[in-house]
Structures are given as structure tokens and as C-alpha cells.
Design a protein. Structure first.
Length: 169
């Protein structure tokens, strides 16, 4: 019987060692997953801004890219939608630049202003920059300056000065 007990004990010890080895491997995998999650959370936190909003009441800390809940009201009316008519481009562009400058706080951050410019387009003008805007929003790097420049390339008269000189002569 003693020999049989020794063999059983050895078998049990081997099984225990195998279970411990498997547990150690699983623990290592879990630790690696936890580390990956921590790194991902850190990257997300790093990409978000922390703003402190001070009002008459208590201080409120806001995490994320959302703006204050109390934006000022816009001073100027919405810019009419531009449909791609070249004759209307310069006037529309000036109105948009004025709106962006005067109501910057009311419109929000740069990406919100970028979206606002796009919302004031329709027809061919909207169709011609849709892919550009999609990429700007997706990558969160679209700027109003770039969008207006692109629209100016499409609808502005780059040779306007040259034509004016020719018309004078």
C-alpha cells in the first residue's frame, strides 16, 4: 500500500504543479491585458481636455472635449447657405469670416466652427467638399481656414485682379 500511496502523492503533486503553471500563465495574460487597458485609457485621457468652469456658484470640472454648457448667444445671424454660385462667393465668404470672428465663443471650438461652415453649404458646394470634411471630422483636425481655402480654390476668381486690369485698359 505504501508504494501505491507514494505514486498517488507523486501524481497529485504533478497535477498541482501543472495547475500552478497554468494559473501563472493565465495571471501573466491577465496582467498583460490590464496593462493594455491602462495604456488605452491613458491615451484616451491624454486626448481629452480638462476644463475648469468658474461661475457665480461652485467650480465645475468638465472632462472631455465638450464645451461649457453656457455658451454665449451669437451676435450675428446665421450665414445663408452657399450653393456654389461663383457670383455670390466673395460676399458669402466675407459674411462667414465675420461670423466666425464675431461669434467664435458662441460657435464653440475649432471643430465645431468647421462643422458650422459645412452646415452653411448646400448643393454642389457641399458635394465638392464632403470628403474633405468627413476626413477633417474623423481625424478631428479640420480647420475653418483650410475649408474656406479649399472653397476659395473652387469658387474664387483667382485671376480677378488680372481681369480688372484688362477691363480698365
Amino acid at each position: 500500500m505504501e508504494q501505491n500511496d507514494i505514486e498517488n502523492n507523486n501524481t497529485l503533486l504533478a497535477e498541482i504543479q501543472q495547475i500552478r503553471q497554468q494559473a501563472a500563465e493565465r495571471e501573466a495574460e491577465l496582467l498583460q491585458l490590464v496593462q493594455q487597458l491602462k495604456e488605452k485609457a491613458y491615451q484616451q485621457d491624454k486626448s481629452q481636455t480638462v476644463k475648469t468652469i468658474v461661475s457665480d456658484g461652485p467650480t465645475l470640472e468638465v472632462r472631455g472635449t465638450k464645451e461649457s454648457l453656457t455658451r454665449p448667444k451669437p451676435k450675428l445671424p446665421d450665414v445663408p447657405q452657399f450653393d456654389g454660385n461663383r457670383a455670390e462667393w466673395r460676399g458669402w465668404k466675407l459674411e462667414m469670416e465675420n461670423k466666425l470672428a464675431e461669434d467664435a465663443d458662441a460657435l464653440g471650438n475649432e471643430l465645431s466652427r468647421f462643422r458650422y461652415v459645412f452646415s452653411r453649404l448646400k448643393g454642389n458646394a457641399k458635394d465638392n467638399v464632403t470628403t474633405f470634411v468627413e476626413l477633417g471630422v474623423k481625424n478631428a483636425n479640420g480647420t475653418t481656414k483650410e475649408l474656406l481655402f479649399r472653397l476659395d480654390l473652387l469658387y474664387g476668381q483667382r485671376d480677378r485682379k488680372q481681369r480688372a486690369i484688362q477691363n480698365l485698359g
